[in-house]
Design a protein around this ligand. Structure first.
Ligand code: HEC
Length: 276
């Protein structure tokens, strides 16, 4: 079994389904991580090689005996000098009293530095010269496209076959709460916070311009009455949402809010209300 397969196996299938990462993406990720580690290693090795070379070249010169290293282990490991060692590090020359310390940047840090240059070169080659990888914008648009497909599938599943001919009045509180949220978000500007009317007609009284059955109201919301200023919502709301907000609108009937707008349209007969 190759390492990529093993990596794929470690993904929880349920989690993978909710946040899908394709095998291709996994391989890319693994490769990138390996690439990063590889470049860092190359950087470190390069610096050490340079150091060895330097030692070999100046090796013939007499070496000044160094005092015993009393630094804590982590400092030695990180190649750092404590402040108390400063006096040992001062170089001999002095320019107008300004002296210099012999305290070069730690090797590992230089390794990191050269590593980033290596990564940058590889990055440029991969993304801009050979264009093997997608840039962020392309990745983003691709993912949005995938999500859009998933969203539509979800809506189709949840909304079932809701349309203006099949829509039914939903009375459960959850649906009506959803409807209320949508109403607050999209409709209050024209129909008032309590449906009392404003730019748009009063939605709580007995008078309707376009009918008061759930199918009528759903249709008005979905198609709009654009020439009269009522927008068509079918692009912004999915069928389920339109069903919820239509049901919420009908649930407002008879709520007699303060400052109602004068009646518009025809008085609905009680039967139509009953046959919602
Ligand atoms: C930009 C203002 C505006 C917004 C926002 C708006 N409406 Fe309307 N609405 C109107 C107008 C104006 C009318 C009257 C249309 C006409 O005269 O035929 C109307 C009519 C209606 C009717 C028909 C009323 C009747 O008497 O038959 C319903 C139902 C309705 N709107 C629901 C909604 C819902 C639900 C929303 C939010 C999703 C909404 N409206 C958002 C302006 C608006």
């Amino acid at each position: 079994m190759n390492p990529t397969n093993m990596l794929l196996l470690t993904i929880d299938p349920v989690a993978a389904a909710s946040a899908p990462m394709s095998g291709e993406e996994m391989i890319l990720l693994t490769l990138s991580i390996m690439l990063l580690i590889g470049t860092l290693l190359i950087g470190v090795v390069a610096v050490y090689l340079m150091l060895i070379l330097q030692k070999a070249l100046v090796g013939t010169q007499p070496v000044v005996e160094k005092s015993v290293d009393t630094r804590p282990l982590w400092m030695r490991f990180a190649d750092l000098q404590p402040l108390s060692h400063e006096k040992d590090l001062v170089l001999e020359h002095s320019y107008d009293g300004i002296t210099e310390l012999d305290n070069p940047t730690p090797t590992w840090f230089m390794g990191l530095f050269y590593g980033t240059i290596g990564v940058a070169v590889v990055y440029m080659l991969v993304f801009h010269v050979f264009k093997v990888g997608d840039l962020q914008l392309k990745e983003y648009t691709d993912e949005v496209a995938i999500a859009e497909v998933a969203r539509e599938a979800y809506i189709a599943k949840v909304a079932g076959n809701i349309n203006e001919n099949t829509v039914a009045y939903v009375k459960d509180t959850k649906a009506l709460d959803e409807g209320k949220g949508l109403y607050t978000q999209h409709c209050v500007a024209c129909h008032g916070a309590e449906g009392q009317g404003g730019v748009g007609p009063n939605l709580t009284d007995d008078y309707w311009l376009h009918g008061n059955t759930i199918k009528n109201v759903y249709r008005t919301i979905s198609e709009g009455v654009t020439e009269k200023g009522m927008l068509s919502w079918k692009r912004q709301l999915n069928p389920l949402q339109m069903q919820q907000v239509a049901s919420y609108v009908l649930s407002l009937h008879g709520s007699s809010p303060p400052n109602p707008k004068e009646p518009q349209g025809e008085k609905a007969s009680n039967e139509t209300v009953a046959t919602r």
